[in-house]
Design a protein around this ligand. Structure first.
Ligand code: AMP
Ligand code: MG
Length: 392
């Protein structure tokens, strides 16, 4: 069994960022990583723009100006403006080329067709210069940037519609277990509802992995396990298996993966929940076998799988962020393993929730963070500083 830190290090060192890129619409680009430098096709702003509703002034040393016209946003005009003249102008409108400054409308009084300034105005005041934000052919966003909503807005403002990004991995989710039936059906004795695949796919969608997810449900039978795993490893970049990786007589995932000649990187981590986590590679494919217990599955997803998926997708910062908080709970560990505890953080205070068993999801459903207790921490007292792992 290896430590959490070793398991994290092994997943990271065995996962490479993809070299496959795809050209996509910016509307689909949220959470993707840029695979090219993006040059601005235009100057932004593309003309001298008024930053205020007010008056464009033909000079800055007078106090009184003669009002000679109006320019509003979207107008395609460049009215002549002489010294001592003013033009009514609105935010976003093109500033006439003869204008020396724009004054806010709150700073003037109007008498007939005279604009009288209540204070002095400096040259170029309230004018957004041509190309102030970015010049044509300058780099707008660099390769490696993670595309956010603001980034999409920025690209749209430059008139860009498509960008080259790193492809996100295709993912197969496989639920194993004879006892599992789909929610909506009636439970027979011995059966439980299958909840891991919908949970993992929701976590994938929430974190931006929507490209291609497929689902499989398999019985605890060696031959079926072998043939489905062979197929999915062939077809998908990442294979997430839930259950069947423990040491029971009907756990066939490990045996099947061994028969398929995958390269096992590790099996079993000194952690709770999630001890039977298994990680392997095969010809550029990534395979995680997650323990079937729901809270173990989801913990392992956040701690190991998600950073791996982010790394494959080109993220430079792929690890979940850790911070510290003050514990509002007392907690005594029962064993030696590192623990990931479902918790609620509010400001800087964190409460460890009841019901931490690996079979239980209720506490996870309420949690907004994970308290991480490394092996050496055996007890937490109220007021102690603890490490928290921020859930996405
Ligand atoms: P396993 O890892 O296959 O030994 O399963 C451990 C526990 O998790 C058992 O109680 C299973 O019934 C349960 N379990 C396994 N897979 C799922 C699943 N997809 N949804 C809900 N519970 C599961
Ligand atoms: Mg099972």
């Amino acid at each position: 069994m290896i430590t959490v830190e070793k398991a994290l290090q092994l997943t990271q060192s065995n996962i490479q960022k993809t070299t496959i890129t795809s050209d996509i619409l910016i509307s689909k680009a949220l959470g993707y990583v840029l695979a090219e430098d993006i040059l601005s096709p235009i100057h932004m702003p593309p003309f001298r723009q008024s930053a205020m509703d007010g008056y464009a002034l033909g000079s800055t040393d007078e106090k009184t100006f003669t009002l000679i016209g109006e320019v509003k946003a979207g107008d395609d005009t460049d009215p002549k403006l002489q010294s001592g003249e003013a033009i009514r102008i609105f935010t976003g409108a093109p500033v006439p080329s003869g204008a020396q400054a724009v004054i806010m409308q709150e700073k003037v009084t109007i008498q007939k067709n005279q604009v009288i300034l209540s204070e002095h105005v400096v040259p170029n005041a309230n004018i957004r210069p041509f190309g102030e934000q970015i010049k044509k052919d300058d780099i707008a966003l660099t390769k490696g940037t993670v595309i956010t909503a603001a980034g999409i807005g920025y690209l749209a403002s430059l008139g860009i519609t498509r960008i080259l990004v790193y492809k996100k991995p295709s993912i197969a989710i496989i639920a194993t277990g004879n006892e599992l039936i789909s929610p909506g059906q009636e439970l027979k004795h011995g059966q439980i509802y299958e909840s891991n695949s919908i949970m993992l796919s929701s976590a994938l969608i929430k974190t931006g992995f929507t490209e291609e997810i497929s689902y499989y449900k398999i019985e605890d039978e060696y031959d079926i396990t072998l043939s489905i795993l062979e197929n999915v490893i062939d077809q998908y970049d990442v294979v997430l298996i839930s259950g069947g990786i423990s040491v029971g007589d009907y756990d066939f995932v490990g045996k099947a993966l061994q028969a398929l000649d995958v390269e096992e990187i590790f099996y079993k981590v000194k952690q709770k929940p999630g001890k039977p986590l298994y990680f392997a590679k095969k010809q550029g494919k990534t395979i995680f076998a997650l323990p079937g217990n729901p809270a173990s599955s989801l913990s392992c997803f956040y701690i190991y799988v998600l950073p791996s998926l982010l790394k494959i997708s080109g993220y430079a910062n792929y690890n979940l962020t850790r911070s510290t908080a003050i514990s509002a709970s007392h907690y005594q560990k029962k064993g030696q393993r590192a623990e990931f505890l479902k918790a609620l953080v509010d400001h800087n205070n964190v409460t460890i929730l009841d019901g931490q068993a690996s079979s239980m999801l209720r506490s996870f459903a309420l949690a907004n963070t994970i308290v991480y207790l490394p092996e050496e921490v055996t007890e937490v007292n109220i007021g102690d500083t603890v490490t928290i792992i921020n859930l996405p």
